[in-house]
Ligand binder design. Structure first.
Ligand SMILES: [Zn+2]
Ligand SMILES: [Zn+2]
Ligand SMILES: [Zn+2]
Ligand SMILES: [Zn+2]
Ligand SMILES: [Zn+2]
Ligand SMILES: [Zn+2]
Ligand SMILES: [Zn+2]
Length: 218
């Protein structure tokens, strides 16, 4: 990709906030911070190797030989219903009500524009061009659904996510990245994890890494 093809606005693969840095290995993954790059690495590392080979014109495994979300070549795999791509057949990894993100299949099915568009039965073959998808949810969620690393790489690079205003905890004023950290919506509005649990300044209130309390179930 030449720099002139690169859209002005790139979103972090974890939180959808503006992503000034890209993976120095492959140049195809975008992050707001070192912290979120580190968070994404377990899923990105295998894909990164494949993309690097691709960048150098070296042979790469066919797309149906690895999971498009985590790069695993070991399977078992299934095809996504929404876009007929190869993905880990790993719903069994997910424990109900944990909102963990350890299932590639579930992540794609629940947290992407690709599958949302399909599940809602919207017209049109291209979810990224769908006006209905763009009119539902706020800009932060629209951007996250398009750009997070539960999407297939091809779609992430093609997406043109909207920009959005950062949000802050109504109790302590700290910026909250609501798709990447524990948040709640109480009577007072959006609250960060520590405020939710009454633990501001304390040691607690921090959710386990990669756990989201907010589930945009369809
Ligand atoms: Zn981020
Ligand atoms: Zn990379
Ligand atoms: Zn996978
Ligand atoms: Zn899909
Ligand atoms: Zn749609
Ligand atoms: Zn939403
Ligand atoms: Zn707070």
């Amino acid at each position: 990709m030449s720099s002139s093809d690169t859209p002005e606005y790139r979103c972090c693969a974890i939180c959808a906030y503006p992503a000034p840095s890209r993976c120095s290995g492959c140049g195809k993954a975008f992050y707001c911070s070192k912290e979120h790059q580190t968070m994404a690495w377990a899923k990105h590392k295998r894909l990164c190797k494949i993309f690097q080979r691709e960048n150098c014109g070296e042979p790469v495994p066919p797309a149906d030989a690895y999971c498009g979300l985590c790069g695993k070549e070991s399977g078992p795999f299934r095809k996504t219903q929404c876009c007929n791509r190869t993905i880990c057949d790993d719903y069994g990894n997910y424990t109900p009500f944990t909102f963990g993100n350890n299932s590639c299949s579930r992540n794609h099915d629940r947290y992407t524009r690709c599958c949302y568009h399909f599940n809602e039965g919207h017209p049109g073959k291209d979810p990224l061009a769908c006006a209905k998808c763009s009119s539902q949810h706020d800009a932060e969620h629209i951007a996250w659904y398009m750009a997070n690393n539960y999407n297939f790489q091809e779609d992430i690079l093609r997406a043109n996510p909207p920009s959005f205003e950062p949000k802050c905890c109504t109790s302590c004023g700290k910026q909250v990245k609501q798709n990447a950290e524990a948040v709640s919506f109480g009577g007072d509005g959006l609250q960060c994890g520590p405020c939710t649990h009454g633990m501001v300044g304390g040691p607690g209130g921090v959710m386990p890494e990669n756990t989201y309390t907010m589930d945009h179930g369809f």
